[in-house]
Design a binder for this molecule. Structure first.
Ligand SMILES: C[S@@+](CC[C@H](N)C(=O)[O-])C[C@H]1O[C@@H](n2cnc3c(N)ncnc32)[C@H](O)[C@@H]1O
Length: 151
C-alpha cells in the first residue's frame, strides 16, 4: 500500500517538500526513511529522528543505501538532541498530527533552527485544526521526562 501511495503522487509531494534545502537537515519522525533518497544534492547531512524502534531500524537500512550522510537517532520531537541553532532546516512529513504535544514540538523545532533556517512540514488531511504559529508567547514551558531539560 505504501508503494502504491508513493507511485500515486506521494513521492512528488515529498520531493516538493525537500526542494531547495541545503546544509544540515533534521527530519522529525522519519519513519522508514522514504524521504532520504529524495533529498537534493545541496543537503550535506541528515539527522533523522524516529522514536519507534522498528521504523528506526528500517530507516537505518535505508540510510545505508543513500548517498547523503545520514544519522538515524531515537527520541521524540518534543525533546530534540540537536543544539540551539544547529540545523539549516527541519522537515516534518506527516508527523505533527501524531506527536503528543505539538506546541512543545514546535518550540523544540524553533530552538534548533539556525537564524534564517527553513521549517517544512506536511500533514495528513485530518480534521484536526492547524497548529499555532511559532511565537515565544504562545508556547508553553515543558519539562522533558527522559532527559529533564526545559523546553
Ligand atoms: C505517518 S508516519 C510518517 C513517516 C515519514 N515521515 C513519512 O513521511 O513517511 C508518522 C511518523 O511520526 C513518528 N512519530 C510519532 N510520534 C512522534 C514524536 N512524538 N516525535 C517524532 N516522531 C514521531 C512515527 O513513529 C512515524 O514514523
Amino acid at each position: 500500500m505504501v508503494a502504491a501511495m508513493e507511485r500515486g503522487g506521494m513521492a512528488e509531494h515529498r520531493r516538493a517538500l525537500l526542494a531547495g534545502l541545503t546544509g544540515t537537515v533534521l527530519e522529525i519522525g522519519a519513519g522508514n526513511g522514504l524521504d532520504f533518497g529524495l533529498c537534493p544534492a545541496t543537503v550535506t547531512r541528515v539527522v533523522a529522528v524516529e522514536p519507534e524502534p522498528r521504523l528506526r531500524g528500517l530507516a537505518r537500512t535505508t540510510a545505508t543505501q543513500t548517498p547523503v550522510l545520514i544519522e538515524v537517532i531515537g527520541g521524540p520531537a518534543e525533546c530534540l538532541s540537536a543544539a540551539d541553532g544547529a540545523v539549516d532546516a527541519v522537515v516534518a512529513s506527516q508527523v505533527l498530527c501524531s506527536v503528543r504535544d505539538e506546541g512543545v514540538a514546535l518550540r523544540e523545532i524553533h530552538r534548533i533552527l539556525a537564524p534564517g533556517a527553513t521549517y517544512r512540514k506536511s500533514r495528513r488531511q485530518l480534521s484536526k485544526p492547524s497548529p499555532p504559529s511559532i511565537t515565544p508567547n504562545n508556547l508553553t514551558r515543558h519539562q522533558c521526562t527522559p532527559c529533564g531539560h526545559q523546553t
